[in-house]
Design a binder for this molecule. Structure first.
Ligand code: AOF
Ligand code: ZN
Length: 331
């Protein structure tokens, strides 16, 4: 069906904003008239202009009588910009197809209602599951008061991250490592624990993608941090947080973050898992075997019963160079 096809297109456009638009959601919009795409837009860096505004600008007069496909209900509030629902009405769009109701209390169904009151046909919940996954970070911030969290591990066949002596460069290949940088780019922030910051001195930045908006660097530690590169073109702002995971995740949500990419270490990973705060796992597995004396990427969980273990379901597998990438979502 064409609605599905156009909505998938809008979802693909929305994806371009991931990591780039916090505290706002990454939204995509496609305008179609008589089967022809007349406008495409996505939320711009920093969260504005909104997707609909960009698509309408591109379409100009061709928006009259068009159908708008949007991955999130058009906004209804007068924020920093006038409401998108109003812009769609003014442009003369005749139908709006949306994937998800915007949970932001300033919108929450009012966008759809405004459109209907203006005589526009509204079809809701098209590709809802995909839109929910794509906009998970924003949904978490609004509904749970905390960002979405991805935990990443690069491991040997037997799930180890380093030899007993601590050698870890490199278990996975260059293609996987480049993939990690692309993922950092699609998150608002990269997070590590204090121990990792002190021993590995990780860059926590995106390299190899030209001039990009660098993610915030979040270090979880109650102790003073080692010297890390200052904020600049190649490094995002540095934020230090500490305390219980529930507390600092709420703090990061309040500061506007929607998507966090955690790269260890084991103590931090275990505390996030124990607190049930990990939404997505991404593993890169290499064809190398390190053995039981090698280091595990996740600290002790002290599980008495298998039934208590955090469970995830498989969302994606992909071959990346010689490695296997696997992505899991929380049950
Ligand atoms: C849309 N299209 O592309 C986005 C929307 O601070 P403001 O005025 O930019 O408003 C932010 C809110 O707008 C945000 O919380 C969410 O409800 C909505 N985001 N809405 O119509 C978009 N990014
Ligand atoms: Zn809007």
């Amino acid at each position: 069906m064409n609605d599905l096809r156009h909505m998938r297109h809008a979802l693909a456009l929305a994806r371009r904003g991931l990591g780039n638009v916090w505290p706002n959601p990454a939204v995509g919009c496609v305008l179609v008239r008589d089967g022809v795409i007349v406008g495409r837009g996505w939320t711009q860096p920093g969260g504005r202009p909104h997707a609909e505004v960009r698509a309408l600008m591109q379409a100009g007069e061709a928006a009259r009588g068009a159908t708008a496909y949007v991955t999130l209900e058009p906004c209804a509030h007068h924020g920093k910009t006038p409401p998108c629902a109003e812009a769609l009405i003014r442009a003369g769009v005749s139908r709006v197809v949306s994937a998800l109701t915007d949970p932001d209390p300033r919108v929450a169904g009012r966008g759809h209602a405004m459109l209907r009151e203006a005589g526009i046909t509204v079809t809701e919940d098209v590709c809802e599951a995909e839109a929910r996954e794509l906009q998970r970070g924003f949904l978490n911030r609004i509904q749970l008061g905390r960002p979405m969290l991805t935990l990443k591990l690069a491991v040997s066949f037997d799930g180890r991250i380093a030899t007993a002596s601590g050698e870890s460069q490199w278990i996975t290949g260059p293609d996987s490592r480049r993939h990690v940088h692309a993922l950092r780019l699609a998150h608002d922030a990269v997070m590590v624990g204090g121990e990792t910051a002190r021993t590995d001195r990780p860059g926590l930045n995106v390299r190899g993608f030209g001039a990009v908006r660098q993610p915030v660097r979040v270090v979880v530690s109650s102790r003073p941090l080692p010297e890390l590169p200052p904020e600049g073109a190649e490094h995002g702002p540095l934020w230090q947080v500490s305390g219980a995971p529930e507390g600092f995740m709420a703090e990061l949500g309040a500061r506007g973050l929607t998507r966090i990419f955690c790269e260890g270490g084991g103590v931090l990973a275990a505390s996030l898992l124990r607190a049930g705060l990990v939404d997505q796992l991404i593993g890169y597995s290499a064809g190398v075997v390190l053995g039981g004396d090698a280091r595990s990427g996740i600290g002790a969980l002290a599980l008495d019963h298998l039934a208590d273990a955090p469970r995830f379901h498989l969302a994606e597998t992909r071959r990346i160079g010689p490695d296997l990438m696997h992505r899991w979502l929380r049950d």
